[in-house]
Design a protein. Sequence first.
Length: 268
Amino acid sequence: VWAVAVGRKTEILATGGSDAIVNLWYDSTASDKEEAFRKEEEGVLKGLELDNAVADTDYTKAIQIAFELRRPHKLFELFAEICRKKEARELIERALSSLGKEDVNKLLEYAREWNTKPKMCHVAQSLLFEVFKILPPSEIIKIKGIGELLEGLIPYSQRHFSRIDRLVRSTYLLDYTLMGMSVIEPEAPETVREAGSRAVPLGVNSEMKDTNDVPLTDKSDGDIRGELEEKSSVSKKRGRAGKSKDRKSAKKAKDGAAGGGVAIPIEA
């Protein structure tokens, strides 16, 4: 600085230096403080308005105010709460349709940051789906810095897709294992259990029902085996007696044929 001039009434400094430029200086401390106080007051009022909109479940207005205040964390909380609703897609579409181009660009920047974290990627993917669904490709290309944004979104999106694909395959493997172990659809039980009685094999029980209509579930194994053996021996004796009778009748018929007997019809 080669020369300095001070204004007595305007409180402005004028300086000249070797660069051949005259610079005017003034004290802006008071105005800066006043501007900061005004912005802080507006922020408090907007914050109250944001809280009221959230309390009234007016998510569209709340998202607009959050964009004005540049609060990405509050935006994430709002979109995360919307994603838990049944009508999530309608609410997100309504909120995004009310945003301007600058806000959409800022939203994509936020989504790029959220997409890098596993705990936030679900909300980011829902937002990206709705943005690319609402905006046509011709509008997406016009977004400022869209190439850089897509370069940051694609690798993490592919990583999330691979992780979810592995998770889905694991669930199918679990289903297959449980089906093989008959956990999901158990097979017919091999024993029939009744109240106050011990388990009896199905084969024995069915055989007892065939031979005697009353099931012997209250009897011991020794009694059951004894009765089964007794009934099987009786059936064997009946079978032998029937075979001997058949043999005797066959022998008589053979003897009659050998004796030359002729059958004489009996007339009425």
